[in-house]
Design a protein around this ligand. Sequence first.
Ligand SMILES: [Zn+2]
Ligand SMILES: [Zn+2]
Ligand SMILES: [Zn+2]
Length: 293
Amino acid sequence: MATDIKLDESQVIVEAHGLEITGPDLEIDAAERRAGAGGTNRRALVHGPGDALVVNWGQDYTGGVYLNGLVRALNDVTVPAMAWPSQIRANGRIEPLGVTPTQVETVAVGAEITRLRGEMAVLREHVELLRMQASIRADASHYTQDGWRWCCRCAGLVYGTNVTRSVCPAPGGGPHDTSQSGEYVLFPHKSRYAGQSGWGWCNKCQGLCHGSAVLSGHCPAGSAHDRTDSPNYLIWAAENPQGSSAAKDFPAQDNWRWCSRCYGLLHSGGGVCPAPGGGPHTNQSWNYHLQTK
Ligand SMILES: [Zn+2]
Ligand SMILES: [Zn+2]
Ligand SMILES: [Zn+2]
């Protein structure tokens, strides 16, 4: 195309397919927009060393750079690492006094977000465990913990407070469905009713299960149940020779059964078993009673 330069009243119009500057700097400097700031140059775009395009070279524009509209970075983005130079501890809380960006280190944002997601997952597990432990109410002869619920999909007993992170063995997977259940109260560590000990909370599927370190059944979240950090629950059963008849003084629901395939506690029978082969749970166990709320 033909090129032309036109001198309008207030503008210079360059008619061309492209505009090429063979030097490194493009400056835009409107004196009235400087807001009193000094400095010789206002380098908007610079062809920098290392063949980089630099916006606001030398931070000439003291007000910084604004990007309006949705910003799309098509490749990885690096940002300055933040340093927290000082912290104050007051009333048990730690508060940062200030955040100072250092110019030394850059962090690949994609990798950093992945790392943070990993740390958040670990924190979430800690919170889940703390919630589980903090919900135990203790008195002299008796510890109780409410929040346990029945899953209408797999028939298992689940710690409902953590249900969003639970894993159900029913077809389709996802968390257990405790929406159809009332609340059950378990006896962790101590029960005046002499229940059977050795029951534990699985931190992977959130279900209640009974077994040993070696024999830990099958978890719907994969491999065996993991009862690390679980309280030792005492579950009362009619056939337990060590059981106390005093158990009858709490409102209870019976017909809870231990499944000899997955080692979970489930109500009556049926449901969906996470053991290889699937199908319903087995229910040929003692008749366990759970306290209702
Ligand atoms: Zn379930
Ligand atoms: Zn499990
Ligand atoms: Zn089962």
